[in-house]
Design a protein around this ligand. Structure first.
Ligand SMILES: Nc1nc2c(ncn2[C@@H]2O[C@H](COP(=O)(O)OP(=O)(O)OP(=O)(O)O)[C@@H](O)[C@H]2O)c(=O)[nH]1
Ligand SMILES: [Mg+2]
Ligand SMILES: [Zn+2]
Length: 291
């Protein structure tokens, strides 16, 4: 059997890139359907090949899987924000980052459109939180080298609001993806639609996700969110062990915000997500998909 990775799925066919770098068009075996296992883009698989036609025989255990887009085995999320046009949406950023933290997926922050405004504010907020932040300019091809280095290993999904320039950044790195005008995307039309793993660099793959996706926060419990804020985790425990960091005495998160060690926007996002989730009942929560 040959080991490979599913890079796209169209009309019942799966396109598998093998370890040797060949692309094989595969069908899924009936036994997978019987076991109700649907191969996903990103799946590591074992295939057999007869002539030019392959068959997916086995799906190796998934390290994670996401619903929107439906993709498995993400190593890293490149969270993209624009310095301007659209103006930075810190809440969406923080939601995406919290989601990634919850799934144990590495995060790299990318600030695009540095030709339009200074990236400093965004850089400060996320460096303070402990993330690697890379300012880039897709139109002028600036700052892309460190990003290219990071994504040349593992599977990286690009995520962020529509119009921030995810596809443009990938184009600046050598792809030819469709990009949209901000005015078009403002009406809620996403330029990027299908999911595909695109080979990049030595052993990397990238995924261009459409608009703001990837996340369904209802898989999180309110009590789990503070652990999804990296800089909260590093603080000394609060006075009360069940402190939710929303006004209790002896709260070290609130103290850190007051002392400027945590960015106010990060704390605001935390509170909004907490309030959104605190009333969700167990039965309303979505479960992690496993197939
Ligand atoms: N000024 C400036 N404009 C940019 C830059 N990068 C992208 N744009 C423009 O921003 C618009 C949106 O870019 P896209 O790459 O389509 O954005 P996207 O994030 O892929 O959007 P969706 O696919 O809808 O999620 C396009 O008009 C790009 O030309 C940049 O660095 N500077
Ligand atoms: Mg796009
Ligand atoms: Zn607290």
């Amino acid at each position: 059997m040959i080991n490979g990775i599913i890079t796209k799925g169209i009309g019942g066919f799966y396109y598998v890139v093998t370890e040797q770098g060949d692309v094989v068009e595969c069908r899924g075996r009936g036994k997978l359907r019987k076991m109700k296992i649907k191969p996903l883009v990103g799946d590591r698989v074992n295939i057999t090949v007869v002539g030019s036609q392959g068959a997916v025989e086995e799906i190796l255990p998934r390290k994670n899987s996401l619903i929107r887009p439906t993709v498995a085995n993400i190593d890293r999320i490149a969270v993209v924000i624009a310095a301007a046009m659209p103006s930075p949406d810190f809440f969406v950023m923080d939601k995406l980052i919290a989601f990634a933290e919850h799934r144990g997926i590495e995060v790299v922050v990318c600030v695009n459109k540095t030709d339009l405004a200074s990236p400093d504010q965004v850089v400060n907020v996320y460096e303070k939180a402990g993330y690697r932040v890379i300012p880039v300019c897709a139109v002028d091809n600036k700052g892309l080298e460190p990003l290219g280095e990071i994504i040349s290993h593992g599977v990286t999904a690009f995520a962020g609001n529509s119009g921030v320039g995810k596809s443009s950044i990938l184009n600046a790195l050598g792809f030819s993806l469709e990009t949209g005008s901000v005015s078009k995307t403002e009406h809620g039309r996403h330029t990027t639609r299908h999911v595909e793993l695109m080979p990049f660099g030595e052993s990397g793959f990238v995924i261009d996700t459409p608009g703001f996706s990837l996340i369904d926060m209802t898989e999180l419990r309110a009590s789990e969110i503070s652990d999804c804020f990296k800089e909260f985790r590093d603080l000394e425990p609060c006075e009360y062990s069940d402190c939710m960091h929303i006004g209790a005495k002896g709260c070290n998160v609130i103290r850190a915000v007051e002392e400027g060690r945590i960015a106010p926007s990060r704390y605001e996002s935390y509170k909004v997500i907490y309030n959104e989730l605190k009333d969700i009942k167990e039965w309303q929560r979505t479960d992690d998909i496993t197939n």
